[in-house]
Design a protein around this ligand. Structure first.
Ligand code: GDP
Ligand code: ZN
Length: 464
């Protein structure tokens, strides 16, 4: 395989930047561009997995020429196969500089014969060389993308192969059903009578259907930790949605990352409240309108509401509740809601009453403008998130692809279950069981097809 290279650290973040090179030419490329600072000499030899201090140069004919072309001072480490991430020779160049310098170093590495890595290609090689299985590879994606420590830990657990073990044990049970019943099919006179459909049914249910159902359920719980609690701020125009959004984000500004694709109608941002990742959306005014641009905004708002885990339903407590408020409530009433009565600064204490039909809602009085009770609101949001995520089991986080395969696998097993109940011959039932096994194989990369692989690895960032 050819030798690949990429910047392995996020572009633009401070501190050090790492260029990673993997492949049979990695070490010779590194020798040609690395010089000791003390003597400006080439390395004569190296120990594996040890750091060397020196500089990266643009190689030339003579040392004077090279001295004039120092790109950066660096630490360099040579890691020889097979004890590396990709199981190929790897060199990492740790530079302490900005993007421009990192790019120059990468350029020189490429001039010396490496090729720019595709997204996820390092991990892909680790997978091809048998170092990790597919669920572990996806754990790497999650670690790269994880927004908080908790998500990070969960991704790490997946990397440890917790999921692989569970899937493998299900596959083994199903295989044992296949072997038992196939013996019966091939030698019906000898053992055909001894296949006990009830026993097969029990095994199928206990070690196949039930654990798969549990996994699907866990996926649904886990999305809060994976993706954050989706919180949508809804309310009529001027209720104070934008003010509340800004207020909630303000203190956490430093750890907030903006989500691309922000529109003029919907503002989306993420923050962390008490260790829980939150994705917060400010909807455009939810009122009827004929103005086309605003209409789009409102449709988007409804879509977000559909996906929301929690709605902050904000009303202007200084005004009477009107039809718009009530209509908005109708569209969100099936969701977990916190009734946020804003502009509490404008009303005297205890002069405000919650209408009967909202009596059951969790509610709070705040002032977005004057920063009153915002911390209590945050506490309520965090409590909701924890309640939603509580059943989730930390050793296991299937992602959407796992979930789809597991659901297909489950569907085949349920078909097999019905087949047995209807007294169908095992020749037919086993087709479903085999199908189910294949889908499980997809999850851990055993029988995986090329196109699925390409899709997964293209989700990585370059350099991983
Ligand atoms: P949105 O249309 O729902 O996004 O509402 P905005 O956040 O833009 O606020 C509408 C107006 O209400 C602005 O003039 C805000 O300054 C004001 N406002 C928001 N929150 C409060 C509050 O707690 N008290 C008072 N007195 N005014 C507020
Ligand atoms: Zn607004």
């Amino acid at each position: 395989m050819d030798t690949i290279a990429a910047i392995a650290t996020p572009i633009g973040s401070g501190g050090i930047g790492i260029i990673r090179i993997s492949g049979s030419a990695a070490i010779s490329i590194a020798y040609s561009i690395f010089r000791r600072t003390s003597s400006f000499a080439k390395l004569v030899n190296h120990e594996s997995h040890r750091f060397y201090y020196g500089c990266i140069i643009e190689p030339g004919q003579d040392s004077i020429h090279e001295k004039n072309r120092i790109i950066d001072e660096v630490l360099i480490v040579f890691m020889e196969a097979p004890k590396t991430y990709t199981r190929e020779d790897i060199v990492e160049i740790h530079a302490h500089s900005g993007t421009a310098v990192l790019k120059s170093i990468l350029n020189i590495v490429i001039q010396q014969g490496a090729r720019l890595a595709n997204p996820g290609e390092f991990t892909y090689r680790a997978f091809l060389n048998g170092r990790i299985d597919l669920t572990q590879a996806e754990g790497v994606i999650d670690i790269i993308n994880a927004k908080t420590d908790r998500a990070h830990q969960a991704a790490a657990a997946q990397l440890m192969g917790g999921m692989k073990l569970k899937i493998e044990s299900i596959i083994n049970s199903l295989l044992s059903i296949l072997t038992q019943t196939e013996a019966g099919i091939d030698f019906p006179e000898d053992i055909g009578d001894e296949i006990d459909p009830d026993k097969v049914l029990e095994l199928l249910t206990k070690s196949g259907i039930e654990p798969l159902k549990k996994m699907v359920h866990e996926y649904e719980q886990a999305h809060i930790i994976r993706d954050g609690l989706k919180v949508v701020i809804a309310g009529r125009p001027n209720a104070g949605k934008s003010s509340l959004m800004n207020r909630l984000l303000q203190k956490e500004r430093s750890i907030v990352t903006s989500i691309p694709g922000t529109t003029r109608d919907l503002i989306e941002d993420s923050l962390v409240i008490k260790g829980v990742p939150i994705v917060l959306t400010d909807t455009a005014g939810l009122h009827n309108t004929d103005e086309p641009v605003e209409k789009i905004g409102i449709e988007r708002a409804y879509r977000h509401i559909k996906e929301a885990d929690l709605i902050l339903f904000i009303i202007d407590a200084s005004l009477e509740i009107n039809e718009t408020d009530i209509n908005i409530y109708k569209t969100i009433s099936h969701k977990p809601i916190i009734l946020v009565m804003n502009k509490s600064d404008l009303i005297p204490d205890n002069s405000y009453h919650i209408p009967d039909y909202w009596q059951d809602l969790l509610w709070i009085k705040i002032s977005a403008l004057h920063n009153l009770e915002i911390d209590s609101l945050k506490e309520m949001i965090a409590q909701t998130a924890i309640k939603e995520a509580i059943e989730y089991e930390s050793s296991l986080i299937p992602n959407i692809r796992h979930k789809q395969s597991i659901e297909k696998s489950l569907k085949s097993l349920i078909a097999a279950q019905q087949g047995i109940e209807m007294g169908m011959p095992f020749e037919l039932i086993n087709i479903d069981i085999q199908d189910s096994i294949n889908h499980l194989g997809d999850v851990i990369g055993k029988t995986i097809r090329e196109d699925i692989l390409d899709h997964i690895f293209s989700n990585f960032c370059i350099g991983k």
